[in-house]
Write a protein that binds this ligand. Structure first.
Ligand SMILES: Cc1ncc(COP(=O)(O)O)c(C=O)c1O
Length: 412
């Protein structure tokens, strides 16, 4: 445990208080008269130690007292460690490993879970497109087997039991159609067959959902999204439920050079402090936007788990904290064509037509040219992604302004 997380001392604190105080120093003063409340950015590739004995000990990753110890930046830095400790604490894991991007985090999670020649992975068919591409390019090419199926369907448990995979991989909420996965059911059947469950919880964040509390083994985030929240930092993190997996994650992070830089870690740690406020506002705005779109004549269908007619509305009510349903939604234009979507996107004035999500600004994207660019028309059809499908990551702006902008872009 580092000196840079005041929240670590206070197990009774609520998650909101823990997040506000994450990464803040817990000692009020030292011999030189004071230490910064906020952890400084440690821009150094190497770390000095009192003696060669201390350096020798530091190579193990901790001091003799169990404090984090640093030797060389590829093996970790104090800012990334602070961020890892904050995330592990709020996600209820034994530890976490921070990476330079969400994709790097997914890569080391798959390696740590044992995806290799002869191993089988069952994954949601609607995973983030790049995750599917990563599994295909790096793992199925060396003889791993990938089974893609709809893990939000009631048959998910039977499919996992029949396939007997080594790994089950899901996203809490799918992209872009926001299907919700039953984590209790999935992790229970995975444990029955000794499979490791990896959950990409990017869209839920620990404020809405903590997969380890639902029996899952590894939790992955693209911290680039809601965790950072301001569109200015790229990072990823894997939180582990067990020390065995944590050791594997640390080894693969260092070997693949997947570490998070001190500056990005500083920004992501800062993002955590306002996460609950941002998420609450984004979720409230998203529900209003979903209701507006549902009543609009140019819109065929709205996908948002907060709507009572969403197939997993009840599940998300049980699974998610605070009766909030997320900041992400999708909708189909009545006119199901790329041209109609491009026309709509080009008319937007406030909402930003860009590919990321989870930022303070409302971001609108067209999955077939962005997150699902590597999927062909047949695969998109199988996933239920129509040519008129538009994804909205709702921001924290005044909601009436977001709705006014969408309305003018949808107008004939
Ligand atoms: C659900 C999800 N997981 C992982 C990633 C990859 O994250 P990054 O872009 O930080 O590598 C993304 C990116 O959009 C994503 O949406």
């Amino acid at each position: 445990m580092s000196q840079h997380d005041a929240s670590q001392d206070q197990p009774q604190w609520d998650i909101e208080t823990m997040l506000v105080h994450s990464g803040r120093s817990k000692r009020s003063a030292n011999k030189s008269g004071g230490i910064p409340n906020i952890q400084p950015i440690h821009a150094s590739t190497t770390y000095l130690h009192e003696s060669i004995e201390d350096l020798d000990q530091a190579f193990n990753g901790t001091t003799v007292d169990g404090e984090p110890a640093f030797v060389y930046a590829r093996q970790g830095n104090p800012n990334a460690t602070g961020f890892e400790e904050s995330m592990a604490r709020v996600e209820k894991g034994v530890g976490a490993v921070a990476c330079g991007s969400g994709m790097a985090a997914i890569h080391i999670a798959l390696l740590a879970a044992g995806l290799t020649t002869g191993a089988k992975i069952v994954a949601s068919q609607d995973l983030y497109g790049q995750t599917i591409t990563l599994i295909r390019k790096l793992f199925t090419t060396i003889g791993a087997q990938l089974i893609l199926t709809d893990l939000s369907a009631p048959t998910a448990v039977d499919v996992i039991r029949d396939e007997e995979p080594d790994i089950v991989y899901v996203e809490t909420v799918s992209n872009p159609l926001v299907k919700v996965v039953n984590l209790d059911a999935i992790s229970a059947v995975a444990h029955e067959i000794d499979a490791i469950t990896i959950v990409d919880s990017t869209f839920s964040t620990p404020y809405l959902l903590r997969p380890i509390e639902h029996g899952c083994d590894l939790v992955v985030h693209s911290a680039t999204k809601y965790i950072g929240g301001h569109g200015d930092s790229t990072g990823g993190i894997v939180i582990s439920a067990t020390n065995v997996l944590l050791d594997q994650l640390r080894a693969y992070q260092s070997l693949t050079g997947a570490m998070l830089s001190p500056f990005e870690a500083h920004l992501l740690q800062r993002g955590l402090r306002t996460l609950p406020l941002r998420i609450e506002r984004q979720c409230q705005n998203a529900l209003q936007v979903a209701l507006f779109l549902q009543s609009h004549p140019a819109v065929e269908r709205v996908y948002y788990p907060g709507l009572v007619d969403h197939p997993q509305h009840e599940l998300i009510e049980q699974q998610s904290s605070h009766k909030l349903y997320g900041g992400l939604l999708a909708f189909d234009l009545k006119e199901q064509s790329r041209e109609a979507v491009f026309r709509f996107m080009n008319r937007l004035k406030l909402c930003i037509s860009a590919t990321s999500l989870g930022d303070v600004f409302t971001l609108v994207s067209y999955p077939p040219i962005a997150s699902h660019r590597n999927q062909n028309a047949v695969e998109l059809k199988d996933m239920g992604i129509n040519p008129g499908c538009i994804r909205v990551s709702v921001g924290i702006e005044q909601c009436d302004d977001i709705i006014r902008d969408l309305a003018q872009a949808l107008a004939e």
